[in-house]
Design a protein. Structure first.
Length: 330
C-alpha cells in the first residue's frame, strides 16, 4: 500500500505496464483494486487507458469498479481508447456483478445487471456461470434467484474449469431444492465430471442419502462407470447401497406409508417404519410438494409424531418445493 509522490501504489504501476503476474501477486497480498492516486486514477484507469486487456479482466474479476471517476470526471470505461475495449470492460463488469449477486442470492442486485447477454456470462478464470454461483450460495433466496436465471435463459449444463455442472455443485452442497429445480427444468441428470462421475457417484461416496434419492427419482443411470472404473454402487456407503440395491418400489411404498402416517398422526406406523428403516425419516413426497414427514406432521398438528420425528433425525430446515420449512406449515 506504499504510495509514491503522486499517490500511486505499486498496483498502479504494474497495471500501467501490463504486468499480469505482478498484478496478480499484489492483489493476492491485499492490494486494493480500487486504490486512488492523487488524481483519483484507479489501477483500472491505468490498465484501460494503456489497453492492457488481460490486466483489465483480472482487475474486474477481483472487484474493480470501472464506473469510479478520476479528477477529469472520467471513468475507466471512458479512458479505454477503443470502443471494443469499452464494451468489453462494461460487459465483464456487469457479468461479475451478476455472479456476485447470485453468490449472495441478492435478487434486487441481480435484476439490475441481468440481461439476455449477462445471464450466461462465464468467469474468465473459474469458468463458473451464474448457475454455478447460485448452486453454491448459502443464502435463503437462492431458489428464487435460480428461477429468475432459468426464466432469462440460463444454460443448465455448462461445466466450469473443474468440469462440474451446476447439478454436481448443488448435490455436493446438499442444496436439494436447487437440484430439484435444475432437474425439473431439464438439466442432464447423467452429466459427468472430469473423472467421468455422475452426481450420484459423488453423493454415494459422501453418504448423501437425500441427494441420491432425488437423483434416483429422476431416473439417473446407475450403471455408468467412472474413468477410475467404478459405478456409484461401488463407491457407496452402506446406507446408500441399501437404496441402490433395493428396487425403489419397495422403498417408495414404505415412504408413502410413512408420509400418510405422519399426516394422519399414526404414531405406531411412523415408529415401526423409522425404527426398521432409519433413512426414511427425511423422505420426500416426490409426486407432490416434496414435503417431508415432518412437514406433514407439523401441518396437521400431530404433536407426538413431530416429537418422534425430531428425536430420530428429521431435518428441521428441510424446505419443500415452495421453499416452506416445517415451521411454516405448523
Amino acid at each position: 500500500h506504499a504510495k509514491d509522490k503522486g499517490g500511486l501504489v505499486p498496483l498502479h504501476n504494474a497495471c500501467s505496464y501490463g504486468h499480469f503476474e505482478v498484478t496478480e501477486l499484489l492483489i493476492k497480498h491485499g492490494g486494493n483494486v480500487n486504490a486512488n492516486d492523487l488524481w483519483a486514477f484507479t489501477p483500472l484507469h491505468e490498465a484501460a487507458s494503456k489497453s492492457r486487456v488481460e490486466v483489465c479482466s483480472l482487475l474486474l474479476a477481483e472487484g474493480a469498479d470501472p464506473t469510479l471517476l478520476n479528477c477529469h470526471n472520467k471513468s475507466a470505461i471512458d479512458s479505454a481508447p477503443t470502443r471494443e475495449l469499452q464494451e468489453k470492460i462494461t460487459y465483464e463488469y456487469k457479468g461479475h456483478c451478476v455472479l456476485d449477486a447470485c453468490r449472495q442470492a441478492d435478487i434486487q442486485r441481480l435484476k439490475k445487471h441481468l440481461t439476455a447477454e449477462t445471464v450466461n456470462f462465464v468467469h474468465p478464470y473459474s469458468a463458473d456461470t451464474a448457475l454455478h454461483a447460485v448452486a453454491q450460495s448459502v443464502y435463503p433466496k437462492r431458489k428464487q434467484v435460480l428461477e429468475v436465471l432459468i426464466r432469462k435463459g440460463a444454460l443448465l449444463n455448462e461445466k466450469n474449469k473443474d468440469f462440474l455442472t451446476p447439478l454436481h455443485i448443488s448435490a455436493d452442497n446438499s442444496h436439494y431444492e436447487i437440484m430439484d429445480v435444475l432437474l425439473r427444468h431439464g438439466a442432464k441428470v447423467d452429466s459427468l465430471d472430469g473423472l467421468g462421475q455422475t452426481a450420484l457417484h459423488r453423493c454415494a461416496r459422501e453418504d448423501n442419502i437425500q441427494a441420491c434419492r432425488l437423483l434416483l427419482s429422476y431416473n439417473i443411470d446407475t450403471s455408468i462407470v467412472s474413468l477410475q472404473g467404478y459405478t456409484a454402487a461401488q463407491l457407496a456407503t452402506e446406507n446408500v447401497l441399501k437404496i441402490l440395491q433395493d428396487p425403489p418400489s419397495d422403498t417408495v411404498d414404505l415412504e408413502c406409508q410413512l408420509l400418510e402416517a405422519a399426516k394422519a398422526g399414526d404414531l405406531d406406523t411412523v415408529r415401526r417404519i423409522i425404527i426398521s428403516n432409519p433413512i426414511t425419516v427425511n423422505c420426500r413426497d416426490l409426486d407432490g410438494r416434496h414435503s417431508t414427514p415432518l412437514h406433514f406432521a407439523a401441518g396437521y398438528n400431530r404433536v407426538p409424531v413431530v416429537e418422534f420425528l425430531l428425536e430420530h433425525g428429521a431435518e428441521v430446515h428441510a424446505s419443500d418445493k415452495g421453499g416452506l420449512v416445517p415451521l411454516h406449515n405448523a
